[in-house]
Design a protein around this ligand. Structure first.
Ligand SMILES: Cc1cc2nc3c(=O)[nH]c(=O)nc-3n(C[C@H](O)[C@H](O)[C@H](O)COP(=O)(O)O)c2cc1C
Length: 328
């Protein structure tokens, strides 16, 4: 897949996820075959008010490429300025958020609220495209609710004003995360544009990824939650596309090593206290695949220090050592 001058091959992408797709996890995903990663959402207003958090969210690893910085907002001038800032910060592309369903975001007209206001959505996109020299993409839900599936018409407008690819999360805002994704929304967008369409939503396995591409004609798949505790998913998908077969699951050693690497990188970027708190859930996702794993996962939620976390992972490694682990 080609996004402007950026080649994405094989087209298996990590989804932008607040609280997850930070530098630590992007490095892991990239090492396991994610060919494009995007930062957590950066609020354009906060960025222009020089909020330290916004700059922190935009931090990239040295040599991290290709990487998108995702910005959210609904004022064309503010979004244009934020996009310039993100470009100066080293982004290879700017991704505009038109999917976030969170009330405090949509009440400002941002995120998925833009799906209800075509003029504003197009003005935002056009302003961002004009403001930067790098490619601009839009990540959108299908519409606000099932009575207003606006993504296909919007995507056509976005292509007209210079967007280089659209990612479609195949749910409406009203679906939140509860209703299953309806991949037909991706097909409907694909029918309307000639820029690449990235399919997203409920891809859990390599077979799902292939099925999504076959059913919708999308040019790439974007993986969110399936990467939790399974960053191998990117490589698994590429391998399955090439061979029609599943890679063998990681051994207990490989799982434990990945968990520890993730922990170490999180501690390096966030400091021990925050990193361990945020890693509780992540570690629990890594420590799975054996009949006796549940008790280790439960103990993850009581972790407070890096030493405790390391000791627990090592204990699980011993427990799982000689067992054959399953993927899910
Ligand atoms: C914890 C979490 C945080 C998310 N944060 C963002 C975000 O910052 N920007 C965005 O465009 N989508 C965000 N999303 C949506 C995902 O990018 C993706 O569209 C959604 O999870 C569906 O894909 P999946 O079924 O592969 O998880 C988030 C999802 C999750 C689970």
């Amino acid at each position: 897949m080609q996004i402007g001058s950026i080649t994405i091959d094989p087209p298996v992408l990590l989804a932008p996820m607040a609280g997850v797709s930070n530098r630590a996890f992007r490095a892991i995903a990239r090492s396991q075959g994610a060919t494009l990663c995007t930062t957590e959402m950066v609020n354009a207003n906060a960025l222009l008010h020089h909020s330290a958090k916004s700059y922190w969210l935009m931090e990239l690893d040295p040599g991290e490429t290709p990487v998108g910085i995702q910005i959210a907002g609904s004022d064309p001038d503010v979004m244009a300025a934020a996009a310039r800032e993100a470009e100066a910060h080293g982004a290879d592309l700017i991704d505009i958020n038109m999917g976030c369903p969170v009330p405090k975001v949509v009440k400002n007209g941002d995120g998925s609220a833009l799906l209800t206001d075509e003029d504003r959505a197009v003005a935002v996109v056009e302003a961002v495209v004009q403001a930067v020299t790098i490619p601009v993409t839009v990540k959108m839900r299908a519409g606000w609710d099932h009575d207003s599936i606006t993504a296909p018409a919007l995507a056509e407008q976005f292509e007209r004003v210079g967007v280089k690819a659209v990612a479609v999360h195949a749910r409406t805002r009203s679906d939140q995360y509860v209703r299953p994704a309806n991949w037909d929304f991706i097909r409907q967008v694909k029918e309307r544009v000639s820029i690449p369409v990235i399919g997203n939503g409920d891809v859990h396995t390599p077979a799902d990824a292939l099925r999504m591409m076959e059913l919708t004609g999308c040019d790439a798949v974007m993986i969110g939650r399936a990467s939790f505790g399974d960053p191998w998913i990117f490589r698994r998908i590429s391998y399955y596309w090439q061979t029609g077969e599943e890679l063998p699951p990681p051994t207990a050693d490989e799982r434990a090593q990945m968990a520890l690497w993730h922990l170490e990188r999180m501690v390096a970027i966030k400091g021990e206290a925050v990193a361990v708190r945020e890693m509780r859930k992540q570690l629990a996702w890594y420590l799975k695949g054996t009949p006796g794993s549940a008790q280790y996962r439960q103990r993850c939620y009581a972790l407070n220090t890096e030493a405790e976390a390391r000791a627990l992972v090592e204990e699980w490694r011993e427990h799982a050592q000689d067992q054959e682990l399953a993927w899910n």
